[in-house]
Design a binder for this molecule. Structure first.
Ligand SMILES: *Cc1c(COP(=O)(O)O)cnc(C)c1O
Length: 373
């Protein structure tokens, strides 16, 4: 496939890489007995919905829009839709309830308010108060967290009709972090687990990352199921979309102001938001750390935000206007978070299929900006 073939910017999701992730998740399902759902929050890509549905049990949704999207693309005929929201709204609840097999409430107040209108299975999210999340922004168990009921706020006399407990305390973590959270969860909520039909272990399991202890995850789930006799759910987002595609951009201009600065037809702020929010350094195909290779550049976005900077990278040969720069692993937590800030064009969505053909899934242009502003 020629890099020059398509108009940048675009994300190219690769079916072959996605299937590799899904096969591993299917292995976890088979060996552990857990059900695995895709958390749409991190990875919603309509072009691969039918592929994901071949392997996983359904979708985890954060509210009405994701639940509708799950139904439209991922769970057309089969597949469970689970919806959790920090707070549900009255005027949306009927539709959410019609779509959802599980509904998870974030407080007992919300549970009381909506319980009688739930058509599927009711759960409550708890805060295990144990987490080793790397960053506060992504720590649901931090101080003053609004996410999940703590043991102190838990109302055991209100559990009538509640069939499941849900926790989500991990972020890009290994199975030993899950083990630690499970210990805290069981210490605080152990007495209620056997009364439940299911426990949802949330997301943040970095299952498809190289080096993740898959065997340990399988053992933890198996052991938990055996001890409590409940169904276990995992709902990864990132692990599904992990390393299954890149963002393709083009160099528009090169400025020299103390160092060489390349301006790309993309944006860290608008198209790679976690590189600024987490923050982390995205890898660039063929590039190294600054000064590691002969020619170093600051790669920057085409917005007016001074800090719209992807980072400093070095290359074996000088960059030229018109060159394509490829940011690796940009499929999860990008497309779902992107904005049309500064009127910058959203990257198109493309899918590289296993047979080598490239499908244009979404072409995004001026309309996206106009519709929203
Ligand atoms: C974000 C989130 C997930 C998915 O997390 P990943 O880190 O993408 O695996 C799952 N469940 C809940 C409740 C979440 O908030």
């Amino acid at each position: 496939m020629s890099l020059k073939e398509f108009k940048t910017p675009y994300y190219l999701c690769e079916e072959r890489l996605l299937r590799k992730n899904l096969e591993l998740l299917e292995h976890v399902k088979k060996e552990s007995g857990a059900k695995v759902l895709l958390a749409l929050k991190g990875f919603a890509f309509s072009g691969v919905a039918s592929i994901v549905s071949e392997y996983l049990d359904g979708c985890t949704c954060s509210g009405l829009h994701e639940a509708k999207y799950a139904k439209e693309y991922f769970c057309k005929q089969k597949g469970e839709i689970h919806t959790y929201s920090p707070a549900f709204k009255k005027d949306e609840f009927e539709e959410i309830s019609n779509l959802s097999h599980h509904i998870v409430f974030n407080s007992f107040e919300q549970l009381r308010k909506f319980k009688s209108r739930v058509k599927g299975s009711v759960g409550i999210r708890v805060n295990p108060e144990v987490s080793s999340s790397p960053v506060d922004l992504y720590n649901p168990c931090g101080v003053y967290s609004r996410l999940g009921v703590t043991r102190a706020n838990f109302e055991p006399d209100q559990l009538k009709g509640v069939e499941g407990l849900h926790f989500h305390a991990l972020c890009e973590q290994d199975a030993d972090a899950l083990e630690m959270v499970l210990e805290g969860f069981e210490k605080n909520f152990g007495e209620f687990i056997s009364k439940m039909k299911w426990v949802n272990f949330g997301g943040g399991h970095h299952i498809t990352k190289q080096g993740y202890d898959v065997k340990k995850l399988i053992e933890l789930v198996r052991d938990f199921k055996k001890r409590y006799g409940v169904e276990v759910y995992l709902e990864p987002g990132e692990a599904v979309g992990w390393q299954c595609g890149d963002l393709y951009t083009t160099v528009l201009d090169i400025i020299d102001n103390g160092m060489k600065i390349a301006i790309l037809d993309s944006s860290a702020e608008a198209h790679m938001p976690d590189t600024l929010a987490m923050p982390y350094r995205a890898e660039v195909r063929g590039a190294g750390m600054p000064n590691e290779k002969k020619f170093t550049y600051r790669l920057t976005g085409n917005t007016c935000l001074a800090g719209d900077i992807m980072g400093d990278y070095s290359f074996d040969t000088p960059l030229k206007v018109g060159d394509v720069v490829v940011f690796k692993d940009q499929i999860h937590y990008t497309i779902v978070k992107n904005t049309t800030f500064n009127g910058i064009k959203l990257p198109d969505l493309r899918l590289l299929m296993s047979d080598g053909r490239v499908e244009l899934v979404r072409e995004l242009g001026y309309e996206e900006y106009r519709r929203r502003n």
